[in-house]
Design a protein around this ligand. Structure first.
Ligand code: ADP
Ligand code: MN
Ligand code: MN
Ligand code: MN
Length: 426
């Protein structure tokens, strides 16, 4: 079933054919006699032109269905590392297939190696929180989104999920059934040179214009990665809703949602993990930097589309306007939580609003918050927060949106002033 792995595998095999040096290792693992070669540990790099049979066997092993032979499954425990944006994972055997994260054991790792704990007290505990089908291993194997705690059970500082789960279990928030549709933009880079895919090394492509949603080998770069990721996400059970090529060549987007509450964060993090794995196989570097190339090139964002139950019901536009008013009063707080380096992206150019000023508008892509034509026409719907950067933490952004618009109330004076400033009647 793990079809998504096949094109990417071929990609890797193709890329390493020129490196036969460690072929002996492959020979050793599969019992193919290759005398006179090195015997260092097993590496995928072992594949060479002379060992096409080995390539096939490698694929056979990677795609092997273990279910007729054992009940045991592999669970890949995944967590957010010490920078708050890096993903880490390790695998363990579980005695039988599981359907709910509560069936899985807690686990631990060396937090001093991820910048999350001091060396003398290095243990960080992983709590399984959400499970997905593993598109790489197939079968009953799973990916497990975890969050991180001290041995005493306190969430560690980089555990943003814990706080978000609190917000999303608040009865007021629960009753508003918050939906999030997140547009994850990302940029693919050529390995070693760290320059976008499809760009001449040391040079630039023609100016932006022909690349957005484009087809053709001179305009679209990395479609196989975007497509492999799309299918792998569907297989995993991620609520992925679409993809498109972006304005800057080598840049792509996918959307996840609408998802309810904490699920939005879990799905985005796992979708990022899958993207890291696919780019790893393809030998391409993924960056979520919000402005990978300075100058007249679009940055990368993570527009967050948001609605509550009352926004989706008749009269919802009034609720949306009140939410916009609240958001305007907490602009600085939101900006500080919307990703590192976002000031390089939110310049007021390239379909962004300036980082210093809050603005909103109907169908206006130069605003902080955009309301769609459809929402205006129907008088209900959702808003799009265009400020979050591609490297934002979806737990932080979704929880803050819910908190500011459902739980937080400004003073009456502040509200009157803000309403005037934004020309909003509420
Ligand atoms: P854009 O026009 O800004 O490029 P996209 O089509 O890329 O927008 O993404 C819009 C996202 O908004 C999708 O993920 C979609 O599922 C989500 N969405 C649609 N309706 C709602 C809603 N009522 N609340 C929250 N998100 C929504
Ligand atoms: Mn979009
Ligand atoms: Mn986009
Ligand atoms: Mn958008």
């Amino acid at each position: 079933m793990a079809q998504a792995v096949v094109p990417a595998m071929q990609c890797q095999v193709g890329a390493v054919r020129a490196r036969p040096a460690a072929a002996g290792a492959a020979g050793r693992v599969w019992g193919v006699r290759r005398s006179g070669r090195g015997t260092s540990g097993f590496r995928v790099m072992a594949v060479s032109t002379e060992t096409t049979g080995v390539v096939t066997r490698m694929e056979q092993l990677l795609n092997m269905d273990t279910t007729p032979f054992t009940d045991k499954i592999i669970a890949e425990y995944i967590w957010v590392g010490g920078t708050g944006i890096d993903l880490r994972s390790k695998s363990r055997t579980i005695s039988k297939p599981v359907e709910d994260p509560s069936e899985l054991p807690k686990w631990n790792y060396d937090g001093s190696s991820t910048g999350q704990a001091p060396g003398e007290d290095s243990e960080v505990i992983l709590y399984p929180q959400a499970i997905f089908k593993d598109p790489f291993r197939g079968g009953n194997n799973i990916l497990v989104m975890c969050d991180t705690y001290t041995p005493a059970g306190e969430p560690i500082p980089t555990n943003k999920r814990n706080r978000a789960a609190q917000v999303f279990s608040d009865p007021k928030v629960v009753s508003q059934v918050p939906w999030f549709g997140i547009e994850q933009e990302y940029t693919l880079l050529q390995r070693d040179v760290n320059w976008p895919l499809g760009w001449p090394v040391g040079g630039y492509p023609g100016p932006q214009g022909p690349y957005y949603c484009a087809v053709g080998s001179d305009k679209s770069f990395g479609r196989d990665i975007s497509d492999a990721h799309y299918k792998a996400c569907l297989y995993a059970g991620i609520n992925i809703s679409g993809t498109n090529g972006e304005v800057m060549p080598g840049q792509w987007e996918y959307q996840v949602g609408p998802s309810v509450g904490i699920e939005a964060g879990d799905h985005i993090w796992i979708s990022r993990y899958i993207l890291e794995r696919i780019t790893e196989q393809a030998g391409v570097v993924l960056t979520l930097d919000p402005k990978p190339i300075q100058g007249d090139w679009n940055g990368a964002g993570c527009h967050t589309n948001y609605s509550t139950k009352s926004m989706r019901e008749d009269g919802g536009f009034e609720v949306i306007k009140k939410a916009i008013l609240n958001l305007s009063l907490r602009h600085d707080l939101h900006i500080s939580a919307y990703g590192e380096g976002n000031e390089r992206r939110l310049t007021g150019l390239h379909e962004t609003a300036s980082i210093d000023n809050f603005s909103w508008g109907v169908a206006n892509r130069g605003c902080s918050i955009r309301v769609g034509r459809d929402t205006e026409a129907k008088g209900k719907g959702y808003l799009e927060d265009r400020r979050p950067a591609s490297n934002m933490d979806p737990y932080v952004v979704t929880a803050l949106l819910a908190e500011t618009t459902i739980l937080w109330e400004p003073t009456l004076e502040a509200e009157v002033l803000a309403a005037k400033k934004l020309a909003l009647k509420v």
